[in-house]
Design a protein around this ligand. Sequence first.
Ligand SMILES: Nc1ncnc2c1ncn2[C@@H]1O[C@H](COP(=O)(O)OP(=O)(O)OP(=O)(O)O)[C@@H](O)[C@H]1O
Length: 291
Amino acid sequence: MTLGKPSTAPRTALLASRIRFEEKRILEALERRGVPCTQIDTRTVRHHMDGLPPAWDLVLNREISATKALYAALTFEASGVTVVNSSAAIEICGDKWRTSLALHRAGIPTPRASLALTTEAAQQAAEEIGYPVVIKPLVGSWGRRVALLPDADATRTVLEHCDAIPSPQAQIIYLQSYVDKPGRDIRVIVVGGVPIGAVYRMSDEWRTNVARGSRTKPCALTDDIAGLAVAAAAQTGAAIAGVDLAEDVDGGLYVLEVNHGVEFKGFQEALDGRVDVAEEIADRLVSEVWK
Ligand SMILES: Nc1ncnc2c1ncn2[C@@H]1O[C@H](COP(=O)(O)OP(=O)(O)OP(=O)(O)O)[C@@H](O)[C@H]1O
């Protein structure tokens, strides 16, 4: 890609309510490219439907709350602003059932998933899937409230807890068949349709989220891994995607999910010197701004 001076000053902004490692690195990478980038604090965003359009052409959406990220994207897009990731991508990636449906529809291997609209139906669905079965909140991250249910008794108890949560969404139960993976999963980051690298996330517990303390180490970006990650990112519409894959004992590869607000501290540490995620993201944004 060729970088040049824009004819008019690009109006680029980064939306976040908290500047973490990732946002700091992206802002620094944009600064190195001479791209002026305003920080928008999500907590200050308000927009009147008959008000002036926002002062940005492109917004990098780094809001940590999926709900706020979605509504911010909808708001900016309504005024013609390009938002990365878009509201359409957040709507799919931010909801595990919609992600499963999108992947399944595209023929991308993903663990069999089921949705039940009551906890009673969920108990039935778990029996039909067979134990162990994985239960996840429809919306969530860092592996919170993701549980591996070994049998009908444990399932009944967890479903009682779901019933006690005073939120209609908590009683919509998402279940997934368990992938018997070798103590690790694979995170691939895809930027603008290009898989930029892969790491293993290893843990002694079955949930291998970095936020839960898993260790990361480089993983070879094989054609299979790269191809699945790119297809999954494309299917969900995520321009910047963290695609999680699990290997089964029989050697099969499955896409577990696609993250729209990818954190990459652990990924970066494992691949330091080989890949720079913030630089890749900045390159993509620059190509949007200068296109
Ligand atoms: N079907 C499955 N089979 C085997 N392991 C799974 C399965 N689903 C999830 N896991 C494990 O549990 C972890 C958490 O699950 P998942 O990633 O779906 O939760 P999350 O809350 O969306 O996390 P995040 O969005 O931060 O990646 C995964 O990283 C993986 O190690």
